[in-house]
Design a protein around this ligand. Structure first.
Ligand code: PEP
Ligand code: MN
Length: 254
């Protein structure tokens, strides 16, 4: 069994399963607080939200950056939910002082300098699998964090690039049982970035729970059509509520 990573009183792994939910990017105070409160009511234990966004095009919304982290901290104060947000550069580390979980996104999985610096912190690191990386490479990246003395690591399968183009990526759910054989780190699944299509997210979230994931991370937006980032894969709060119910049923069946 994986080890429990204690995030401000919320345990991921060691038999404890958690839902992490929130928008792709923090857009405003009203947006993040309303989404935080609704996903919390539906059973999410952690709030996600991007402040620094790794965008393919430099002309797309890059996130509210430092202000985005401030808004996440306000949502944390109101809801008491630990927050998860992505770091793009070690230069920004001071801004993450009160962030509970620092995400290293798929595009930075092999940014070894960043991993080394995060290994010297005591923060929980959510390490996402790269778009074209093997499980063995993912574990080598985790090793960079571990080498600095930080063992608070959660691994995340978020879909890989294959020849299939209908979905945004191909969700490799076999990664879940395979990683659990290879390591004690908790393994979570992000079906939102894997699928890229909101209506396909719930079935794969259930499948991830059935495969033994220690948690699931879902993008939720109060107004997906007008989201500044990843609207097509974002669930409404109502759809997330339904997903959370279904995932709980799968967990009970296990
Ligand atoms: C995200 O979680 O917002 C994100 C950018 O994910 P990924 O690194 O998996 O693309
Ligand atoms: Mn996103």
């Amino acid at each position: 069994m994986s080890v429990c990573i204690d995030i401000n009183g919320v345990c991921i792994g060691g038999g404890a399963f958690q839902l992490i939910a929130g928008p792709c990017s923090v857009e405003s105070k009203a947006q993040i607080i309303s989404i935080a409160q609704s996903v919390q009511r539906s059973g999410a234990a952690l709030l996600r939200g991007g402040a620094f966004k790794p965008r393919t095009s430099p002309y797309d919304f890059q996130g509210l950056r430092a202000e985005g982290i401030e808004l996440l901290l306000e949502a944390k104060k109101i809801t008491n939910m630990p927050i998860v947000t992505e770091i793009l550069s070690e230069r920004h580390l001071p801004l993450f002082e009160n962030v509970d979980v620092i995400q290293v996104g798929a595009r930075n999985m092999q940014n070894f300098e960043l991993l080394t610096i995060l290994g010297k912190t005591d923060k929980t690191i959510l390490l996402k699998r790269g778009l074209a990386n093997t499980l063995s490479e993912l574990l080598s990246s985790a090793e960079y964090i571990l080498a600095g003395g930080n063992s608070n690591i959660i691994l995340c399968e978020r879909g890989i690039r294959t020849f299939e183009t209908h979905m945004r990526n191909t969700l490799d759910l076999s990664a879940v049982p395979a990683l659990k054989e290879m390591t004690d780190f908790p393994v979570i699944v992000d079906p939102s970035h894997a699928l890229g299509i909101a209506r396909l997210v719930a079935p794969m979230a259930m499948a991830a729970a059935a495969a033994g994931a220690d948690g699931i991370m879902i993008e939720v937006h109060n107004d997906p059509e007008n989201a500044l980032c990843d609207g097509a894969q974002s669930l409404t709060p109502e759809a997330f509520h339904d997903l959370a119910k279904k995932v709980r049923k799968v967990r009970q069946a296990l």
